[in-house]
Write a protein that binds this ligand. Sequence first.
Ligand SMILES: C[S@@+](CC[C@H](N)C(=O)[O-])C[C@H]1O[C@@H](n2cnc3c(N)ncnc32)[C@H](O)[C@@H]1O
Length: 249
Amino acid sequence: MFLDDDGADMLSHVIVSTYELKEWMVLKDRFGSCVRYIIPPIPDSGLPDLNDEGFLRGANALTRDILDNENVMKYVNDEDCGIILLENPPFAETTNIEFQKRNEGKNASSWKQGFVVEKMKKEVKGVASNEMGNAFIWSAFKYFLRQPTDSYIVFLPVKYWKAQHLIVMYNFCERIMAKAVIHVGKRKHTYQINYTMGFYVCRLYFRGINTDDPELEIAKYILPVRPGRADRRKTIIKKGAVCFSYRVA
Ligand SMILES: C[S@@+](CC[C@H](N)C(=O)[O-])C[C@H]1O[C@@H](n2cnc3c(N)ncnc32)[C@H](O)[C@@H]1O
């Protein structure tokens, strides 16, 4: 059971969802019995139905599937119910060069024909609708977040925020450095990232001057953590007066 700070059961208020069968099986085994509802629901026997594309029927967040689901919408339509959306949406930057080179453009872009993107395109102009994460975010605000007490927690990789120009340099560097893993083997001191070099590496990466993996690059620059050495004030040694009589002795 997952308890909040007051000892109340949290999962019994949660609706979980995925449209991928394998993920659904994990979700069902781990949380199926303790959440309020799972999308798609657990059938009486066998596995849930798949659609023509091989995904779970009734669970595609970019179609009308969720909007037509009464078990979800009864909470959305209840203004006494607070909503917290927690989402780690897929990221598909279909305009990037690597993606185009793999010639996957057409197949992988079928999501753009879905209900959500069609509606989004009427309200959002420009390249924003090329990014799948944006469609999830737009849909969250459009259909599920209704009042100031609702919240939305969204996880997306750094390259998403970068592509959307939604990140300031400090946040960008901080996120990358937080993920850099340093390997020190058997050494005497504990080690930390050399933050000066870290910021430098991140800036080069951001500006496209160095395209190597910044996390690996940063991990090369480490410094030992030596507690107690941070510019401590030197102890003043008191010196006694020297008597002039030694000169004549
Ligand atoms: C980045 S993964 C996140 C997985 C998991 N929620 C987590 O946080 O580790 C994105 C998830 O979105 C699901 N997904 C992708 N497109 C979807 C769609 N159109 N409707 C519903 N789920 C979708 C994928 O199956 C995948 O589970």
